[in-house]
Write a protein that binds this ligand. Structure first.
Ligand SMILES: Cc1ncc(COP(=O)(O)O)c(C=O)c1O
Length: 345
């Protein structure tokens, strides 16, 4: 599907420059969700039809990040998925995290202080050079949520490989607009409700099989069973052999909305989406007299930005005292120009 066709499937109110907080659903996602809610209201169906969406979303996500679906687990939040991984790391681990990191990939490490974890933070741009031979884990965002800075993933992964450290990437602010190869990292986590235009309550974990061996499926229930439909009652423990054993029982309606959104983004193609999103981000930057950057998230210091944008009907965010504006495939040039005018006019 081409970009223009896809864009017609969204109907945002003008001025939404805040996908880094939450993304908006395309019409097929919205309609699928409404249909499921209508079924739920009157008890028209059983849950199996809704649950097909979880598998479809897993498949589409796997394609977006270049790994087989057998390496993808589904969950509800990034923090819980990182927590699962942190629980598998031995006592006394030395963990390196960017100081700007969103806390969903920081607190799950810090809560293991009683097991002797030492969490060290450095500026994101210094991450690769801060890895040393004592480092056991490097946990970082592909794109920083507060600043939009895109990590030098290859440099960080190379430094981690040399140290023999586990790598855990939070790709929440990247997958959907930035090409991502999850196979390069030991673990990658991603929330669905931002750039993947899905409802809250959808998140993914990709894990290398040899790393998966070391992770306890601590949230396993019937849904993590090898045969879900034969896992409702009683022993023995019979979990899926692949990454599905890490699945959390799904929030059905969230997944019903997620599958069509992910499939649509995959059909448009991430390279196309990136060109559009970064093009608009750079248009915004140019309007403010800034050079282009390679990110769909722009962080700028403009005095009074919040009030000026609000008065113009533009919804953006303030992070760390700076304005954060973010641009996705449903964002228009008119949205950008409205924001620029409000800020510099
Ligand atoms: C980089 C990043 N990771 C994760 C999240 C959300 O985490 P969780 O799913 O744990 O609420 C956000 C939300 O802003 C984020 O920016």
């Amino acid at each position: 599907m081409d970009l223009e066709q896809a864009r017609r499937l969204w109907s945002p109110e003008p001025g939404w420059l805040n996908t880094a907080t939450y993304g908006l659903p395309p019409r097929p996602a919205w309609e699928a969700l409404q249909a499921a809610l209508a079924e739920w209201r009157v008890g028209r169906t059983s849950w199996e039809g809704w649950d097909e969406s979880t598998g479809r979303a897993r498949y589409a996500f796997a394609g977006l990040v270049g790994v087989p679906p057998s390496r993808v687990a589904t969950g509800a939040t990034v923090s819980a998925l990182v927590g699962l991984v942190a629980g598998a790391v031995p006592d006394g681990a030395r963990v390196l995290v960017p100081e700007e990191e969103f806390t969903s990939n920081l607190f799950p490490w810090m809560v293991h202080a009683d097991r002797g974890f030492v969490v060290r933070t450095v500026a994101a741009r210094d991450l690769a050079s801060a890895v040393d031979r004592h480092t056991d884990v490097v946990a970082f965002s592909l794109v920083q949520s507060a600043t939009g800075e895109v990590a030098d993933v290859d440099a960080v992964l190379a430094a981690a490989a040399e140290a023999g450290a586990l790598t855990v990437i939070d790709a929440t602010q990247g997958v959907g607009w930035l090409p991502v190869d999850a196979s390069k990292a030991d673990v990658l986590v991603c929330a669905g409700y931002k750039w993947l235009c899905s409802p809250r309550g959808t998140a993914f974990l990709t894990v290398r099989p040899e790393v998966a061996e070391r992770i306890r499926p601590a949230r396993a229930g019937w849904y993590a069973g090898e045969d879900v439909h034969a896992s409702f009652y009683g022993p023995p423990l019979r979990l899926a052999a692949d990454a599905r054993r890490f699945d959390e029982s799904p929030a059905w309606f969230s997944w019903v909305g997620a599958a069509p959104a992910l499939e649509l983004l995959a059909a448009v193609g991430v390279d196309t989406i990136r060109r559009h999103d970064v093009g608009l981000a750079d248009r915004f930057r140019a309007g403010l007299g800034l050079p282009p950057s390679a990110s769909a998230i722009v962080s700028v210091d403009v005095p009074g930005a919040e009030q000026r944008l609000a008065a113009a009907g533009v919804r953006a965010a303030v992070r760390g005292g700076r304005l954060r504006a973010s641009f996705h495939l449903y964002t228009t040039e008119a949205d950008v120009d409205r924001a620029v005018e409000a800020l510099v006019g």
